[in-house]
Design a protein around this ligand. Structure first.
Ligand SMILES: C[S@@+](CC[C@H](N)C(=O)[O-])C[C@H]1O[C@@H](n2cnc3c(N)ncnc32)[C@H](O)[C@@H]1O
Length: 271
């Protein structure tokens, strides 16, 4: 696995995931929002695969929808935290696999395959999307979420240059001395613009979403953004191109702009 171009990224994320309190960093409502238009009816009794599962923060919520089984794949040492978090749920039909998702090729394909917050961190996002499709059963559904190019100018021009430096520093320095003060500034900004409904300000809709959470969640998101050596911002046209794949049922596809700065998309694999 040392030959994968994503190893550094996965190791960086492990410094984030393995230094968090146990359990999910997300609320159940956040989980539902990330999955929508998929819901409990899509998942109940199904075999589900998450590509890039981190510490299983999404999987621990997903089991409330009674899947038949769940599998999480991640290249980083966050698989340790993922195992611990899944064991604590009491749901036994899970497996956590340490592997490169880009090359992951399961013999048993899955009814539902999703990848949330991952493809934009890969050296080749399209290769990650190909893996999502490759691991989906005929007739199965897939679902992804990525950072958008649209609506993210402030992050691309202000945060990304900081990331290029911060991602090379020791993780604890980045977390406590860069992500923490930046998260504090953004925390104040987000609360100000949403309390006074100043909707023309950048990141308004995203701020309305994130201000439901406390400062530690802001800091977690800021650290995740700054610790990673690879981030791409993906435009709608690129996703439309990916979804034109002949293996996909064309009238099953959807692309949803989420919180003014990201894309959710998915569809159904042909029978
Ligand atoms: C931002 S986290 C998202 C985790 C999880 N999906 C969530 O939403 O909480 C991105 C994850 O992708 C993993 N990752 C990055 N490149 C990978 C690869 N090539 N194969 C497997 N996992 C990878 C990282 O280790 C990290 O845990």
């Amino acid at each position: 696995m040392t030959d994968t171009p994503d190893l550094k990224t996965a190791q960086a994320f492990a410094t984030s995931w393995n230094n968090l309190p146990s359990g999910s960093v997300y609320t159940f409502e956040q989980f539902e929002d990330w999955f929508q238009p998929l819901n409990k009816n899509d998942v109940e009794g199904k075999n589900v695969l998450e590509l890039g599962c981190g510490n299983a923060s999404l999987l621990v919520h997903l089991i409330r929808w009674n899947p038949g089984s769940v599998t999480g794949v991640d290249l980083g040492d966050s698989v340790t935290a993922a195992q611990t978090n899944m064991k604590a749920t009491g749901f036994s039909k899970f497996s956590i696999i340490k592997d490169d998702l880009v090359k992951f090729n399961s013999d048993n394909k899955y009814d539902i395959v999703y990848s949330i917050g991952v493809l934009h961190h890969l050296k080749e996002p399209k290769a990650g999307f190909d893996s999502v499709l490759r691991n989906t059963k005929p007739g199965g559904k897939f679902h992804c979420w990525v950072y958008a190019k649209e609506g993210n100018s402030i992050v691309i021009y202000l945060v990304d240059p900081i990331r290029l430096i911060a991602s090379r520093l020791p993780w604890w320095f980045t977390k406590y001395f860069i992500a923490t003060p930046l998260a504090a500034l953004y925390f104040i900004y987000a609360h100000l613009i949403t309390s006074f409904h100043i909707s023309f300000m950048p990141l308004y809709s995203y701020s309305a979403w994130i201000t439901k959470r406390n400062f530690l969640f802001f800091r977690h998101v800021a650290f995740d953004q700054l610790v990673t050596p690879q981030t791409a911002y993906i435009d709608k046209k690129t996703i439309e191109g990916w979804l034109r794949d002949e293996r996909i049922v064309q009238d099953s596809t959807y692309i949803v702009f989420r919180n003014g700065n990201s894309w959710k998309f998915g569809g159904k694999f042909k029978n």
